[in-house]
Write a protein that binds this ligand. Sequence first.
Ligand SMILES: NC(=O)c1ccc[n+]([C@@H]2O[C@H](COP(=O)([O-])OP(=O)(O)OC[C@H]3O[C@@H](n4cnc5c(N)ncnc54)[C@H](OP(=O)(O)O)[C@@H]3O)[C@@H](O)[C@H]2O)c1
Length: 288
Amino acid sequence: MNKYRQLGNTNIEVYAIGLGAMPLSLDGRPDEAQALGVIKAFVDGGGNFIDSANVYCIDDSDVGHNEKLIAKALSKQEDTENIIVATKGGLRRPKSDWTVDASPEWLRQSCKKSLMDLDTDSIFLYQLHAPDPDVPLADSIGELARLKAEGKIQHIGLSNVTVEQIKLALSITDIMSVQNRCNLFERTSFNNGVVKFCEVNNITFIAHSPVGGHSQHAQRAKNSLLKNLAEKYDASTYQIMIAWLLHRSSSILTIPGASKTSSIMDSLRAINVELSKEDMQLLEANIK
Ligand SMILES: NC(=O)c1ccc[n+]([C@@H]2O[C@H](COP(=O)([O-])OP(=O)(O)OC[C@H]3O[C@@H](n4cnc5c(N)ncnc54)[C@H](OP(=O)(O)O)[C@@H]3O)[C@@H](O)[C@H]2O)c1
């Protein structure tokens, strides 16, 4: 299995297992020392792609928590030249709720704040968190294209989208990545053609919630087939779920979340799990 994944049509490759930084900033988050330790362990363990969002925080008064944490952690690392931080705009957190606002005004305002919180002049990958039913997608993408032309962001990504929405975005600008929920138990993006479309068009498919998601991972990890295979491969059930995604397509980049150092260290080791064709088929057929 290739341990690296190409980003869009660039010649930049990142380690195939990134860090989903969301659990470091939501309600119930770890203290700062633990959170910084998770990011350090990830980078020291060879990881170099970190996924963030301005709204990984408790509520609207806390927007930027995750980005500031990442900036702080990376400021303590010696060599960060090859570390890629991707963030997102297009949501809000009123009273801890999650609401969509992909209006051009809010995207521009959010991007400006993300630049400050990440302590950078230019964001490498800026993702539209989700299309806004109240704003034409072309208007949201158009604003991202303007931010790119101004140099505030270098590449544009999409999240939570269909093939039709990706096509519309591509008619306006280049798209480097698509980030949708995707794991062994949630295969919509395989079934509706999004992963295939990304493969054909040199778009990196970033699988979010790769081990079942923030609230479901613990239950998913108890699956009996996963347990059997974990024993067979001397791996954890989480590693089997990550390895399955990485074997499905060389366009897939995984971003398992972690609030504990032990979790991200375990996830990084999934790169060594070489699932046989038979076991890939067994997983496909028996887990729905
Ligand atoms: N674009 C979007 O709309 C969207 C939506 C959701 C998520 N995301 C992104 O995708 C990332 C991943 O999704 P997620 O965090 O919701 O779900 P996830 O990665 O499926 O599950 C995360 C949880 O699984 C546990 N875990 C992960 N690997 C483990 C391992 N090897 N061993 C033991 N436990 C392990 C962690 O527990 P501990 O906390 O105990 O370490 C973590 O909190 C997020 O962090 C975020 O960056 C994007």
